[in-house]
Design a binder for this molecule. Structure first.
Ligand SMILES: [Zn+2]
Length: 251
C-alpha cells in the first residue's frame, strides 16, 4: 500500500499513523469486545490539516461496505442509530428552532430510514430524508434546495469527503446552513502516537476523522462559513437567515 497517501482534504502527502483491527468498534469504550477479524485497517494522518483517514477502506465499493460494515450486525456496534439517536436529534432541533423552522425546507442528509424527518413532520416541519446508502434510486438533483440541512453522524462515515461536500453544497440554498455532528480529533489523535481513541473505529465505519482545522480547510475550499458549537456539533453556512440568527450568534 502507499505509505504516503495524499490527504483527501488538502492534498498534502500524509504518513501512516497506525493500524487497527477491522473489528475495533466504539462499543469497546463500554467494555464490549468483538474479538479480532484478522483484517488490518491502516489510518493515515495529514501533518498539515490534521485529517486522519483509512485510505484502503476509502476505496471500498458500496457493496463492500454493505457486506462488511452496514450489515445485520451493525446495530450491535451502534445500538442507538435506529431509534434513540434520531429521536434525540429531532427533539434537539425542535428545541433549537421552535416555530422559526416551520416555514423553511429541511433535509436530513444520511437520515437512514427517515425517522428523524418523520418526527419533524409530525411537528409540522417541511422535512425530507435522504440517505445515499438507502435511497439509491434517487438522484440528488431531484431533491431540490434546502434552507437547513442536517447531517448527524455522517461525516466520519464517508469514503469521499469531496463528494459529500459537493452534494451538500448543491443541496444548500444560497442563504442556508448545514448543521452536522462529528467528533473532532483535536487532542485525541497526535502525530507519532498510536491510536487509542474510541471513535477511531473501522467496524463502525468511522474512516474519516476530522480535526477542527480540516473542517475549516474544507469550508474555505467550498467558500462557506464554519463554526463549532462543541467538539461534536458544527455548522457550515452560506448566509445567516433570520430563522437561524439566534443560533449562529451563539456559535
Ligand atoms: Zn490535509
Amino acid at each position: 500500500m502507499n505509505q504516503n497517501p495524499p490527504c483527501p482534504v488538502c492534498k498534502e502527502a500524509c504518513s501512516l499513523l497506525d493500524v487497527v483491527d477491522l473489528n475495533k468498534s466504539c462499543e469497546e469504550a463500554r467494555g464490549k469486545f468483538l474479538g479480532l477479524s484478522g483484517i488490518p485497517v491502516y489510518y493515515a494522518l495529514c501533518g498539515k490539516c490534521g485529517f486522519c483517514f483509512a485510505p484502503e477502506m476509502a476505496n471500498w465499493k458500496l457493496q463492500e461496505f454493505e457486506e462488511k460494515i452496514y450489515n445485520d450486525d451493525y446495530v450491535a456496534v451502534d445500538p442507538d442509530y435506529i431509534d434513540v439517536r434520531p429521536r434525540g436529534n429531532a427533539a434537539n432541533l425542535i428545541a433549537m428552532f421552535g416555530d422559526r423552522a416551520l416555514a423553511i425546507r429541511h433535509l436530513d442528509y444520511g437520515g437512514g430510514a427517515g425517522l428523524l424527518s418523520d418526527i419533524l413532520k409530525q411537528s409540522k416541519w417541511q422535512s425530507v430524508s435522504y440517505d445515499p446508502f438507502v435511497d439509491k434510486d434517487i438522484r440528488i438533483e431531484q431533491l431540490g434546495k434546502f434552507d437547513l440541512i442536517t447531517a448527524f453522524e455522517v461525516f466520519e462515515h464517508v469514503p469521499d469527503v469531496h463528494e459529500l461536500m459537493s452534494n451538500l453544497y448543491s443541496l444548500l440554498s444560497p442563504n442556508g446552513l448545514v448543521l452536522f455532528s462529528t467528533l473532532v480529533s483535536d487532542g485525541n489523535i497526535q502525530p507519532g502516537q498510536r491510536i487509542s481513541w474510541w471513535y477511531a473505529s473501522p467496524r463502525n465505519g468511522h474512516i474519516s476523522l476530522f480535526s477542527k482545522n480540516s473542517l475549516a480547510v474544507l469550508a474555505q475550499q467550498y467558500r462557506v462559513n464554519f463554526g463549532s458549537f462543541s467538539a461534536g456539533f458544527h455548522v457550515f453556512f452560506t448566509g445567516v437567515p433570520a430563522w437561524a440568527d439566534h443560533l449562529i450568534r451563539q456559535g
